[in-house]
Structure formats: structure tokens, C-alpha cells
Design a protein around this ligand. Structure first.
Ligand code: MD3
Ligand code: FE
Length: 200
């Protein structure tokens, strides 16, 4: 495992071995049954190409009412609990006593991407955000706290963990594309990103 710091983003390459990655995928199966992936629409009504769901007390969602954290899935069911093996990753990289109350599960199919944005829907930006990459490689773009400035890109692979704290916490970021079927973790291909946050 190697750790590199770019624009304040702390990137832990291969933080999770294959066994841990496989355990995380197994832990997600029952969650996806209770809280299936859905395609959020932007407040303007455009469907996002990334499909999502959540675990924890709060889950991120978007529709005509806007971007926000909600205490239930759009179909009305409570979000499932965050799996212990996911919380273990948070403890490993943040060394915080406080645990996240939200785990966003993003699924990227062959052509999905996520435009440059800031994460600003959380109550307190002093908590770090942790991202866990599983499955296909993704081209992750990191900018600064102002839109349209310079950016750096890095390929994230399955088992990589990124910590956003300090100056990186309000930096613009996005996923330009994935390298479909570059990993064998998910038999059908695609990428799963778990984003852990103290949202409330
Ligand atoms: C930088 N997800 O869900 S993870 C998101 O790979 C999101 O699915 C991307 O951006 C993904 O909001 C990127 C890396 C990431 C996550 C949260 C951040 C970078 C961040 C929060 C603040 C700053
Ligand atoms: Fe984000």
C-alpha cells in the first residue's frame, strides 16, 4: 500500500486487499435488495448516469426538490445499516472516534460519469470524507475550491481509498470515465464507489 497526497487529497493505493474487497461486495448484496439502486434526477430534471443508493441514518438523494440527505430511500424504506467492514475502512484511514452516519453507494456502468462538483450538503465540513473504489478503474479529477481552475487527474483502482479533509474537503472533483471491464471484481463489470460521510 502506498499513500500519496495530491491537492490535499490523501490517496491510499491498494489499501484494501482482494479478500477485503470481496467482503465489501458481499456485504452490499443484502443492502441492494432492501434499498435498490436508483437514478437520481438533478433539480432541473436530468437523470444522472450514475445509479445510487445509501446505507446509514442518512442517504444522499436528488430530485425536483433539490440535492439533500434524506432518512429514507425514495421508495419509503429506511436505509440499511452501514456494514462493519465498511466502518473498519473509515477507522483505518481517519483514526477518528466519530463514525460516519452516511454511506453513499454509487454504481458506474460502462458510460457513466460524474461532472465536477463540490460536496456541500453536509452539516459540518470539518469531518473528512472517505471514498472506497471497487471494480473497474476510474479517471478521478481533482480541482480546487473554485470552479474552472486547474485540475489534476488520477486513475483510481479497485481497493484504493481516498480521504478528503482540510483544503481538499471543499475542492471540486468528478469522475470523467471508467475503464469498463478492467477489473474482475464485479462479474458484470462497472465500478462501485462507497463514500463515507458525517452528514448530519
Ligand atoms: C472530494 N463520488 O459521491 S469519490 C460523490 O467516485 C463523489 O463516485 C465520486 O464525488 C465517485 O460525491 C468521487 C471521491 C470524492 C468523494 C467525496 C469528496 C471526492 C471528494 C468530498 C469532498 C471532496
Ligand atoms: Fe462528490
Amino acid at each position: 500500500m502506498t499513500r500519496l497526497v495530491l491537492r490535499g487529497f490523501e490517496i491510499h493505493k491498494t489499501a484494501l486487499n482482494n479478500a477485503w474487497q470481496a467482503e465489501l461486495i458481499q456485504a452490499l448484496r443484502p443492502i441492494l435488495k432492501i434499498a435498490p439502486l436508483f437514478s437520481p434526477t438533478t433539480p432541473k430534471g436530468k437523470p444522472m448516469s450514475v445509479r445510487m443508493t445509501s446505507a446509514g441514518d442518512l442517504g444522499w438523494t436528488s430530485d425536483a426538490e433539490g440535492y439533500r440527505y434524506a432518512d429514507a430511500h425514495p421508495k419509503g424504506t429506511e436505509w440499511p445499516d452501514i456494514p462493519q467492514r465498511v466502518l473498519d475502512v473509515w477507522r483505518l484511514v481517519t483514526q477518528q472516534d466519530r463514525l460516519p452516519d452516511s454511506c453513499l453507494i454509487n454504481y458506474y456502468g460502462e458510460t457513466a460519469k460524474m461532472g465536477m462538483h463540490q460536496d456541500k450538503d453536509e452539516a459540518d465540513f470539518s469531518w473528512p470524507v472517505v471514498s472506497i473504489s471497487l471494480g473497474d478503474d476510474a479517471l478521478f479529477r481533482m480541482g480546487s475550491a473554485t470552479r474552472g481552475g486547474k485540475s489534476d487527474s488520477i486513475w483510481l483502482s479497485s481497493g484504493d481509498v481516498v480521504v478528503m479533509g482540510g483544503e481538499a474537503r471543499l475542492a471540486y472533483h468528478g469522475i470523467d470515465r471508467i475503464r469498463y471491464k478492467s477489473s474482475r471484481l464485479l462479474p458484470k463489470g462497472g465500478r462501485i464507489n462507497l463514500t463515507l460521510r458525517v452528514a448530519g
